[in-house]
Design a protein around this ligand. Structure first.
Ligand SMILES: O=P(O)(O)OC[C@H]1O[C@H](O)[C@H](O)[C@@H](O)[C@@H]1O
Length: 282
């Protein structure tokens, strides 16, 4: 049985936390963006995609793993794409490994630099917990200011797949989605979503859980308090335009993102909000 671990490490030159539960499940979280860059359930197979061309630099987002989008998803407002917390340094609040789990909590609060972009006081915490075949990620936001807050948020999870074209995402049948490439609304009529072209869909009020079948394995995906699901794969032509992705990378991942996007969260002064995404490897 491997020794449980919650250790500060260096990951491509950035400070990170390496977690290992006694059952062998492992995760690595950067302080940069509170970015989860690796998750291996017990058994040892990596389930998150990380680009071989990812940049690990201050002020740059990391391509792969689980970027945190806050306080704006995508280009839905005046802030930089996906907000400003994914390329900023967070602080470690705690990291520990117990009898059958390991977990870490990271925190970011407003600063002069964040207030220059977004004039609000806030505290956000991101918790990652692993046990056996399960990963739980929770984003908590507290409005520490005097005025109400309004934000959108998402966990932009890059799931590693053997071959994107053969992966099937089940559980979205009959659900409404906005095609973010055209802006048009559709209703999904297929028994599963298969990816054979550039796909950027925002499913609204998603019913959970979803199941991603990939080769001989599957992943259960559950979200709480994050009603939107974004499904993204850039496919060949767009992938070729993304500098930190190798040309064939689009075959190796599918993003299934849990978010609160369609209806921005309105948070009165002093109140808190949380959203979760959980993955179960099968
Ligand atoms: O390149 P990034 O800023 O990390 O964004 C990556 C992608 O995120 C989301 O899924 C959006 O829907 C896409 O339009 C965007 O290209």
């Amino acid at each position: 049985m491997p020794a449980p671990l919650a250790q500060d490490i260096d990951y491509h030159g950035l400070p990170a936390i390496h977690l290992r539960a006694p059952d062998g499940a492992e995760a690595i979280i950067l302080l940069h963006g509170a970015h989860l860059v690796s998750w291996k359930p017990a058994g040892g197979e990596e389930r998150l995609y990380m680009s071989e061309k990812a940049l690990f630099e201050d002020g740059k987002p990391v391509r792969g793993g689980v970027p945190i989008c806050f306080p704006q998803f995508g280009k839905t407002g005046p802030l930089p794409q996906h907000g400003f917390v994914r390329d900023r340094s967070w602080e470690k609040v705690s990291a520990r490994a117990g009898d059958d789990f390991a977990m870490a909590v990271l925190r970011l609060t407003d600063s002069e630099a964040t207030r220059a972009l977004w004039p609000h006081a806030f505290k956000i915490e991101f918790s990652v917990a692993i046990t056996a075949s399960r990963l739980d990620m929770e984003l908590e936001v507290e409005n520490t200011g005097e005025a109400p807050l309004r934000f959108t948020a998402a966990l932009h999870t890059y799931i590693r797949v053997k071959e994107a074209e053969e992966a099937h995402l089940e559980g979205l049948r009959g659900q409404q989605y906005r095609d973010l490439l055209t802006g048009q609304m559709h209703s999904d009529s297929g028994t599963f979503v298969a990816i054979d072209r550039e796909t950027t869909r925002q499913y609204l009020a998603t019913e959970n859980p979803l199941l991603l079948r990939d080769d001989r394995r599957a992943l259960g995906i559950n979200a709480e308090n994050m009603p939107d699901t974004v499904v993204w794969n850039p496919w060949e032509a767009t992938c070729a335009t993304i500098a930190d992705l190798p040309p064939s990378a689009f075959r190796r991942f599918l993003c299934v993102e849990a978010g609160a996007i369609e209806s921005p969260v309105e948070l009165p002064a002093g109140e808190g909000w949380w959203g979760r995404q959980s993955l179960v490897a099968m």
